[in-house]
Design a binder for this molecule. Structure first.
Ligand code: GUN
Ligand code: ZN
Length: 381
């Protein structure tokens, strides 16, 4: 008798377990090569391999288990070859948890003045030194293999959300053709997850086509792209809802570029599991903090006389140690003010997701939403 040998047939670098649901909302665990991630999750953005104004060791203290970096910026500097030589971005920046790299596709929009797209790929003129970079699907995937993130993104043809007509259709269909080239070029399927990105703007027919094409390719997770670019809120929600209703229930869904607190709460209810956005740290650099009662502008002179933390009960470094008055004073003088507000905003979003997640598990999502919205809009209207 041969001893029973366990053959792992579908070995995968991602396991996704849904623990609890409320309507479309899910509380899950996503197991990646660098550990578990509790979802829904907000992923802080360190575009160039560093958070703006926050160290990775502080990100660890905030409980962050998955953060984002960008292939276009890293390919420019320090370059894929150097990152491969040091054993990947995890080693280079000394981050022991998970990383997700965006493909560079979005820079077609954010650097649109400097980019040209053809069927072959995209060519960028560097905003730094006028050098050119060719980013074909094969190049993006090769660089992402060198960077070594746990989740890597397909190179998509991204156009502004508000684009209509044949260009939107072309971009959406090209994204699928490029996905096949991405998949063929991907050399690390055993330890890196390639997520396709659903495109199609706010046109339900194009979205449906994109969804069907991508779902056929059977990825370990999917992203929803091309949103939060100036479209109406109703179109935004309808498109997210269409995508989450169609994507497989047993795989994570990542809504790209969305990180406004009300949006992450609403979209979690629509069944999104992952979010990223530079908004929390960008707005911090302008002196704006997230609180339960909405945005707090610490530059305003009223803050000078508030001898309380940004958010009572917040366990972040800024709130445990400093008053609004002191941070208001610092803003005009010292960089560290931006640092403190960034840490607070990141902590706020990370905790918001954990609290929302717990409410799904406890069967109390409705109460959570009521409480959140009541407080958030307290100072408006
Ligand atoms: N970041 C925000 N939106 C998008 C998108 O549609 N594609 C990519 N690659 N990144 C994004
Ligand atoms: Zn705080």
């Amino acid at each position: 008798n041969q001893p029973h040998k366990k053959v792992k047939t579908n070995e995968t670098p991602l396991e996704f377990t849904v623990l609890a649901t409320h309507n479309f909302a899910r509380a899950s665990i996503m197991r990646l090569p660098h550990g578990e991630v509790l979802t829904p999750v907000y992923m802080p953005v360190g575009t160039k391999g560093a958070m703006k104004g926050v160290t990775y060791s502080e990100m660890d203290d905030l409980g962050c288990k998955l953060l984002l970096a960008n292939t276009y910026h890293l390919a420019y500097k320090p370059g894929g070859n150097l990152l491969e030589k040091v054993g990947g971005l995890h080693n280079f920046v000394n981050w022991k948890h998970n990383i997700l790299t965006d493909s560079g596709g979005f820079q077609m929009v954010s650097l649109s003045q400097l980019s040209e797209v053809t069927e072959e790929g995209v060519t960028f003129e560097s905003p730094y030194d006028k050098s050119t970079m060719h980013l074909r699907p094969e190049d993006s995937i090769h660089t992402q293999n060198q960077i070594g993130a746990d989740i890597i993104m397909a190179l998509d043809d991204v156009v502004r959300t508000t684009t209509v007509g044949p260009r939107m259709q072309e971009a959406s269909e090209r994204t699928t053709r490029w996905l096949d080239r991405d998949i063929a070029a991907h050399k690390r399927k055993h330890d890196q997850n390639l997520f396709p990105i659903v495109q199609g703007g706010i046109d339900p027919k194009l979205r449906e086509q994109s969804l069907n094409d991508l779902i056929q390719r059977e990825a370990n997770g999917y992203a929803i792209g091309g949103l939060a670019g100036g479209e109406d809120k109703v179109d935004f929600w309808k498109t997210v809802a269409q995508c989450t209703a169609t994507l497989p229930v047993n795989k994570p869904r990542y809504l790209m570029g969305v990180g406004y607190p009300v949006d992450v709460v609403v979209c979690s209810c629509l069944g999104v599991d992952m979010f990223d956005c530079v908004f929390s740290t960008r707005t911090a650099r302008f002196g704006t903090a997230f609180t339960d009662n909405g945005f707090l502008k610490l530059k305003n002179k009223e803050a000078a006389n508030v001898f309380e933390p940004i958010q009572k009960g917040c366990q972040c470094q800024a709130c445990k140690s400093y008053t609004q008055s002191y941070i208001h004073y610092l803003i005009a003088r010292e960089e560290v003010a931006c640092h403190l507000i960034s840490v607070h905003n990141l902590n706020y979003l990370i905790q918001l997701m954990l609290n929302l997640r717990q409410s799904i598990i406890d069967g109390k999502l409705i109460e959570f939403i009521n409480e959140f919205l009541k407080k958030w809009f307290k100072n408006e209207g």
